[in-house]
Design a protein around this ligand. Structure first.
Ligand code: B12
Length: 210
């Protein structure tokens, strides 16, 4: 099973093998979403569990992330491929104190693929930078990512500041610890559990549902 082989390559921190197997699946015509979800994201969940149980540590987590990023390089042209008309502008970033960016990058690529112009502020983004970028780029949507329970307060702070300084801005949030209930509590307009859901929500926000 070739998809399982990709998982194994990630779980043995083998960048070159992950890249080669992802390329082979693309050539075979395997659905891109399947390579992404079952081949690259699934093993990261496994890595998270092993980290929680103390079987692995930060260096292994970093090595697995490196392998996934290597595989993603080959998927990104497909995810970001767009024949679609320009739909609007989105500023995205991982909130202050948080260095996780794999999920945020996937969301950003899929926004691009759906025809949005995307300004990615990267990781560890202070609340004020979201406000600055949203105004500078005349964005309609600000999208915030957080992967740590300890950075959820930074997300709340960023939502509050964007709300105050950018009236009318649509704000969406996501990341593993984020829930619908939390999103509502901090005053965001929406939450999605994954990247395709984020794209649907952005389309709904701008009234550009096909
Ligand atoms: C890889 C990884 C790392 C890598 C990150 C590399 C990188 N470039 O991103 C490194 C090694 C750097 C790392 C560091 C740390 N990590 Co870490 N990490 C992970 C791991 C294994 C995978 C994360 C990931 O990429 N998942 C895959 C992506 C695709 O999923 P995702 O990010 O959730 O994104 C999807 C959705 O959430 C959604 N989404 C994401 N963003 C957005 C945004 C919007 C707007 C929307 C709508 C949707 C959306 O769409 C995405 C695609 O479908 C997770 C475990 C896990 N299962 O999550 C732990 C995990 C998040 N890390 C954890 C911890 C503890 C840490 C450290 C504190 C460890 C330490 N002691 O130093 C540091 C913190 C560093 C920091 N300040 O940020 C814990 C967090 C626990 C908690 N209570 O918060 C986890 C859960 C592991 C665990 N089980 O304990 N980590």
């Amino acid at each position: 099973m070739a998809i399982d082989d990709i998982c194994r390559a990630v779980l043995t921190y083998n960048k070159a093998q992950t890249a080669a197997l992802v390329q082979a699946e693309i050539v075979k015509g395997t659905e891109i979403a399947r390579i992404l979800t079952d081949g690259l994201i699934a093993p990261l969940d496994e890595v998270g569990k092993k980290f929680s149980s103390g079987d692995i540590f930060v260096p292994e987590m970093l090595a697995a992330a490196g392998a996934v990023q290597e595989g993603l390089k080959y998927l990104s042209p497909f995810l970001a491929q767009s024949g679609a008309k320009k739909r609007g502008t989105i500023v995205i970033g991982t909130v202050s104190g948080d260095l996780h960016d794999i999920g945020k990058n996937i969301v950003a690529m899929m926004f691009e693929g759906a025809g949005f112009e995307v300004f990615d502020l990267g990781i560890n983004v202070e609340a004020g930078r979201f406000v600055w970028a949203a105004k500078e780029k005349e964005a309609q949507i600000v999208a915030l990512s957080a992967l740590l329970t300890t950075t959820m307060p930074s997300m709340a702070e960023a939502v509050a500041l964007v709300r105050e300084k950018c009236p009318g801005m649509k704000i969406m949030v996501g990341g593993a610890p984020i829930t619908d209930e939390f999103a509502r509590r901090i005053g965001a307009d929406g939450f999605s559990i994954d990247a395709p859901g984020a794209v649907d929500m952005a389309r709904r926000f701008l009234g550009t549902v096909d």
